[in-house]
Design a protein around this ligand. Structure first.
Ligand SMILES: [Fe+2]
Length: 336
């Protein structure tokens, strides 16, 4: 059996890889959308009214955005340093797909990558032209400057799949990354690419991507199911990766595209106290849109609560971009 030597929960979104001046490019889209927030749905102007007492104009000023951005950069540097210090040989990465691999023709709830090789590449000019404003600028943060291939762990992935299937988790498998023709994205989803680029700093260790549909109704696994799945993965790991040092990641979150600091604090507290019920019982209405990515954190917690690791919050930065409270709360937790 291997040894779990590192657990990391990290945000991965575009605010981490774009200048704070560019964050407001997304406000145009924010104004066109309906936003889930604390169980209700609001348009932009309704959110501005609802949150008028929170001082969000100050919190999304350029000065505040620069300060938050600097905090994120420091936290990412610390996460990368702790990753390097832990010297893991292999990784399990719980991440989500945001219509990068799986489209309307097929969207599995949970997919384990079982192939030999992962890959990623920058968008072609045609693909870049089809991305929403502010998204292509962030690409360097999760995609390499040229096509690169990375090692996966097909034997361990197969062992994990057999093990969780025996426990009643009917996961999908992929032996090669889907390449939908003419799609705007190619290669690994950014949830995984961010780990490769910014936490592993391009020294990508063999890893098993577990790809969750957190975003797209109606087949998102529930919080309770994600935690239980993580526990099943943890049990499977007890007979895998003999002699190896294992890192476990949850890649996503925290609250976005409307920031909810209450929800984020609740997650931090549940991790600190290893409170399974607190994670598994989070109302599904709170885990919609970008905040749904916190389910990858919950799945990672399912593995890590049963480990000997302990740790702390490395950073938490509420990267507000508008008076409606839109933006991304970026959080980072490491257990060694
Ligand atoms: Fe994401």
């Amino acid at each position: 059996m291997g040894e779990i030597v590192l657990g990391m929960w990290t945000s991965h979104g575009p605010t981490l890889s774009t200048d704070p001046e560019q964050w407001t490019l997304r406000v145009v889209a924010d104004k066109k959308r309906q936003h889930p927030f604390r169980g209700q749905t609001y348009d932009f102007d309704a959110l501005v009214r609802l949150r008028a007492h929170e001082g969000l104009a100050d919190k999304c000023s350029l000065a505040a955005r620069k300060q938050r951005h600097a905090g994120c950069e420091a936290a990412i540097a610390e996460m990368a340093a702790r990753f390097a210090a832990a010297k893991p040989d292999v990784a399990i990465i719980m991440g989500n797909d945001q219509r990068e691999l799986f489209l309307d023709d097929l969207t599995p709830a949970i997919t384990v990558f079982m192939g030999e090789t992962l890959w990623d590449q920058p968008a072609s000019p045609e693909q870049a032209a089809r991305m929403p404003p502010g998204i292509h600028d962030a690409e360097w943060g999760h995609s390499p400057p040229e096509r690169r291939e990375y090692p996966a762990c097909p034997q361990v992935a197969e062992h994990l799949v057999k093990s969780v299937i025996a426990e009643g988790f009917d996961v999908a498998v992929s032996r090669q990354l889907p390449e939908p023709p003419g799609h705007w994205s190619s290669g690994v989803p950014h949830a995984f690419g961010f780990i490769y680029r910014q936490i592993m700093r391009d020294k990508v260790i063999p890893n098993v991507p577990v790809i969750f549909n957190t975003f797209f109704p109606p087949n998102q696994p529930t919080a309770a199911r994600c935690f239980a799945f993580g526990q099943a993965v943890g049990r499977a790991l007890k007979t895998a990766f003999a002699g190896k040092r294992i890192a476990v990641f949850g890649s996503g979150g925290m609250s976005h595209f409307v920031i909810d600091e209450q929800l984020d604090r609740r997650i931090f507290e549940a991790l600190r106290t290893r409170d399974q019920m607190a994670l598994a019982s989070i109302d599904e209405a709170l885990l919609q849109s970008g905040s749904s990515e916190l389910k990858t954190w919950i799945a990672a917690a399912g593995v890590l609560f049963d480990s000997d690791l302990t740790g702390d919050v490395v950073g938490y930065e509420t990267c507000y971009r508008s008076e409606a409270g839109t933006g991304t709360a970026n959080g980072f937790v490491a257990w060694q």
